[in-house]
Design a protein around this ligand. Structure first.
Ligand code: GLC
Length: 515
């Protein structure tokens, strides 16, 4: 399955790649109904992944390499097996009853029309006390009642526990769902049905309630008391820039890095769409730092999501430059640097993710993007010596792996490495601002990164044909109108560019220092 010692063993690889922080998805004891996102004990480690001593060693080895370890903080819901819920469900007058959201049914059914993100009603009847409890996700993941101060205290204690053990920050799971309308208004029904056969619904009374921000401010104040500037990252698929901006807090006192789901969900190579979204978040009124990602354990991998079936490797490099060259803090999913592809199960019997079992065949679940890391050409591509790995591995792993790609100067892996090196060493890319160029170009997304005396041009051709672009730079930059190529793909173009006509191949990347 992969475990903490496995990560420790590979820290040198991460260091070599240029990674400076890792986010580990939940490794706490869990019945694994939702692969660890159903936590049964918040301050322990599931033996399948290791021990507390293994965790401590991982943190200290990572520290030696200047790599921060960030944990997944799942605070909207627990496993039904956590002692808190066991107590809560034991009777209507248990002191922990109000730690979860219990309500009487209505007209012989659930209290209202709220639907679970994972299909079916968001309410489950507990026969023992004949009341319903609320769960945004699976019935095995009851939602905590964040209006109860004891819940808040318990969760803040969890956070302190891990900060004291050396965690450098948290990715906070499902954060926009912490609060629900206490009056239980029905959500508005939208046209059509989803993969589970439920009507589409607007989660108006369970998402992004204003109270979320009060809690985020308190969380931030708590982590700010710790040395080393711990970071909070939010998982919240904010629907527009206004709500994304709110995640930073009016005084930049909430989340440092809200994951930008709008950028992640563009799902097509569209220069105008990316340009608009990148510009919006660059100019966010809170002045917060943008935070981009394209793939993770919940989304099909970018290699096939953006690939056209013929030029996927080149498109993978284009997406790498889009992730790593703007000013935003980048977040990368393991294996993207190899061009790992999504490998969904081909038969329902093989599905592990419950949403795939429930939604098959329309929704095949998330197993396809969770297959093991591809290290080399040995058994199980170097991931494990076990007879079988927890999920299958694609045949393409025999060439798309760390060992093979390390030797190929044109590999996706080496392209990522060079981009990350540039991000570290080039002053404009490391510290510079972000300025859009050629705002009406339908094919090429181009921008400048600029800091005193250093200007870098990034041009990304999102079309399947060669493009010729002309770049007229602000006279204040006082340039000669030429640029020296730092990195380009396809090909390894060296030398000088005349900025009045730059030829960029199909799906090509040009990164050049303006002179
Ligand atoms: C987040 C996680 C996802 C999980 C869900 C419920 O969206 O990323 O994997 O299923 O929360 O915890």
């Amino acid at each position: 399955m992969g475990d903490l010692n496995g990560i420790t063993r590979r820290l040198d690889y991460l260091k070599g790649l240029g990674v400076d922080a890792i986010w580990i998805t939940p490794f706490y004891p869990s019945p694994q109904v939702d692969y660890g996102y159903d936590i049964a004990n918040y301050t322990a480690i599931d033996p399948a992944y290791g021990t507390m001593a293994d965790f401590d060693r991982l943190v200290s080895e990572a520290k030696k390499r200047n790599i921060r370890v960030l944990l997944d903080f799942v605070i909207n819901h627990t496993s039904e097996q956590v002692s808190w819920f066991q107590e809560s469900r034991s009777s209507r007058d248990n002191p922990k009853r109000d730690w979860y959201i219990w309500r009487d049914g209505k007209n012989g059914g659930p209290p209202n029309n709220w639907l679970s993100w994972f299909g079916g009603s968001a309410w489950t009847l507990d026969p023992k006390s004949n009341q319903y409890y609320y769960h945004y996700f699976y019935p095995e993941q009851p939602d905590l009642n964040w209006r109860n101060p004891e819940v808040k205290k318990a969760m803040f204690d969890v956070l302190r526990f891990w900060l004291d053990r050396g965690a450098s920050g948290f990715r906070i799971d499902a954060v926009s769902r912490l609060y629900e309308d206490p009056n239980l208004h029905d959500d508005p029904i939208l046209p059509g049905r989803n993969a589970y056969g439920d009507p589409n619904i607007e989660h108006k009374y369970t998402d992004n309630l204003p109270e979320v921000h009060d809690t985020l401010r308190e969380l931030r104040a708590l982590v700010d008391k710790y040395p080393g500037n711990p970071v909070l990252i939010s998982e919240a698929d904010e629907p527009n820039i206004a709500e994304l901006t709110q995640m930073y807090g009016a005084n930049l006192d909430e989340i440092q890095l809200p994951m930008d789901f709008q950028v992640a969900d563009v799902n097509e190579l569209s220069a105008p769409k990316f340009r608009k979204l990148l510009d919006e978040v660059e100019k966010n009124s809170a002045g917060g730092q943008p935070h981009y990602f394209f793939s993770n354990h919940d989304q099909p991998r970018q290699w096939d999501r953006y690939g056209d079936g013929k030029n996927n490797d080149q498109i993978a490099k284009l997406m790498a430059a889009l992730l790593l060259m703007p000013r935003a803090t980048p977040q990368m999913y393991y294996g993207e640097e190899l061009g790992m592809r999504t490998t969904p199960p081909s038969r329902v019997e093989d599905v592990k993710d419950p949403i795939g079992k429930k939604g098959w065949p329309e929704e095949k679940g998330r197993d396809g993007e969770r297959t093991p890391m591809q290290w080399d050409t040995s058994k199980n591509f170097g991931f494990s010596t076990a007879p079988k790995t927890w999920l299958w591995m694609p045949a393409s792993a025999s060439t798309y792996n760390v060992a093979v790609e390390s030797k190929d100067p044109n590999s996706i892996l080496n392209f990522y490495k060079r981009l990350i090196e540039l991000r570290r060493s080039n002053p404009a890319i490391r510290d510079g601002n972000y300025v859009t160029l050629n705002p009406d170009d339908p094919n090429v997304l181009s921008f400048l990164r600029h800091v005193d005396g250093h200007t870098v041009l990034v041009a990304l051709n999102m079309s399947s044909t060669q493009q010729k672009s002309s770049f007229k730079l602000d006279p204040k930059l006082d340039t000669k109108g030429t640029a020296k190529v730092l990195l380009a793909s396809p090909g390894s173009r060296n030398g000088s560019l005349d900025l009045s006509t730059v030829t960029i191949p199909a799906f090509g990347v040009v990164i050049a220092e303006v002179q």
